[in-house]
Design a protein around this ligand. Structure first.
Ligand code: SDX
Length: 403
């Protein structure tokens, strides 16, 4: 029909937007945020500074960073009614279900983001008031992401909610809300806080992955950014995407011990099992993030002690990397293969792992959402076409005439 063709399954080779934010070379295993190699940012920057870079396009001056950090921290407080939202969940509700619901609910607190009140004038390029309004929603979502995650954690742990502390960095404050009840003067281990900060940085953006595309698809209707982020969170929840870090650990637990790895690999080759944490839609050599995550794991294990699943993971990695089945399909470890071992060693509940992916990825989702809102020519609603292959025209048959 009119030159349409199915763009492969799952947008395999389809570009829907131009972007200046993140660059990936899947063949060379390159990842850059606004042109800066991920390896340099991981060793020299921090998550919140990189968040500024991704959203605004340049590394901040010290005064710009101080103001950004102040705004994000100031907006990390939640309306007290949010507690009753979280109390509505069963104690064993999956934290990603809580986060998806909470992001959507958050939008109802801010009339200046309400699409029915603001209509199409909400975000107008060049209008300072509109830009300031957009920035305030961005500060709120980044700041509140950690507080929402901490509330989801406390529901799972059966603990009372705490307000975010002051005087701590973004990631340190998040860790503090995880377990401050354990010790009165609880201070997160600097090694673990740094490790988590780099992991947040590595997870901050990855151009048009499934969840980012979802945010832009939803945001293209000019709905508020809270609702758009909620749909991205739902997409990330899936085991093919951000849920993979949880799936890797469940896979390693089911393998049990290194002796069982060869049999598991054979089951994968028979397509009876999936090797979670391996493969990638874009990286066809290696995911550069996985090397950095692997190094972070060694640093964390010095503080927490080694995870007994590490041996199984290392043997699985070694066998898969040398097996023709995986080499032919260009399957290598992605960012999720090692990260779960770190989160487990740090004591997070298993189903909380995707939340540790969602919190930093709010930054990437917002960077692309802001870029779309400000794109020249204004926002066009995303409405792809299909190739219809269904039935031709036919007439209705009343039910008593049907066989
Ligand atoms: C993330 O897009 C992003 O950028 C995502 C992400 C981000 O930062 O946002 O990088 C984060 O989601 C990383 C991926 C996490 N997911 C997993 O680890 C789940 C396991 N991986 C697979 O489900 C799969 O590799 C995907 C979903 C990641 C990619 O799937 P594709 O691109 O659709 O690849 P495919 O399914 O077409 O696979 C090609 C071949 C197939 O074999 P054949 O049919 O050609 O014989 O490779 C096989 C697949 O069966 N294959 C696997 C496999 N992944 C692909 N076989 C066993 N185990 C796997 N993990």
């Amino acid at each position: 029909e009119r030159g349409l063709r199915v763009s492969d399954k799952g947008f395999l080779n389809t570009a829907v937007i131009t972007s200046e934010i993140t660059y990936i070379d899947g063949e060379a295993g390159v990842l850059r945020y606004r042109g800066y190699p991920i390896e340099q940012l991981a060793t020299q920057s921090n998550f919140l500074e990189t968040a500024y870079l991704l959203i605004y396009g340049a590394l901040p001056s010290s005064s710009q960073f101080a103001s950004f950090e102040y705004e994000v921290t100031r907006h990390s407080i939640l309306h007290v009614d949010t507690e009753s939202l979280f109390r509505a969940f069963r104690y064993d509700a999956h934290p990603m279900a809580m986060m998806t619901s909470a992001f959507a609910a958050l939008g109802s607190y801010y009339s200046e983001a309400n699409p029915s009140l603001q209509g199409q004038t909400l975000y107008t390029k060049g209008d300072p008031q509109s830009i300031a309004n957009m920035d305030k929603q961005i500060f709120r979502l980044i700041g509140k992401a950690t507080t929402l995650a901490a509330m989801a954690y406390r529901v799972r742990q059966g603990r009372p909610f705490v307000q975010p502390p002051t005087g701590m960095g973004y990631t340190e404050s998040f860790l503090y809300q995880m377990d401050h009840l354990t010790e009165e003067n609880y201070k997160p281990s600097p090694v673990l806080a740094k490790a988590l900060d780099i992991l947040f940085l590595l997870h901050a953006d990855h151009e048009l992955n499934a969840s980012c595309t979802t945010v832009l698809q939803t945001g293209s209707s000019l709905v508020d950014p809270y609702s758009a982020i909620a749909t991205g969170c739902a997409s990330l929840y899936g085991p093919l995407h951000g849920g993979a870090n949880e799936a890797v650990i469940r896979m390693l637990i089911s393998i049990g011990s290194p002796e069982n790895v060869p049999a598991f690999v054979e089951a994968v080759k028979r397509r009876e099992k999936v090797l979670s944490g391996f493969g990638h839609r874009v990286y066809k050599t290696s995911d550069p993030r996985s090397f950095i995550v692997r190094q972070i794991a060694d640093e964390v294990f010095k503080v927490t002690g080694k995870d007994e699943l590490l041996e199984t993971a290392m043997l699985l990695h070694k066998i898969a990397m040398n097996d023709e089945y995986f080499i032919k399909r260009k399957l290598a470890p992605n960012v999720d293969f090692w990260s779960g071992l770190i989160y487990r060693a740090m004591g997070f509940p298993l189903d909380f792992f995707p939340v540790l992916f969602a919190v930093p990825r709010v930054v990437g989702w917002l960077a692309h959402w802001r870029q779309m809102m400000l794109q020249s020519g204004g926002v066009k609603i995303w409405r792809p076409r299909q190739i219809y292959v269904g039935s031709g025209k036919r007439d209705y048959v009343p039910i008593n005439s049907r066989e």
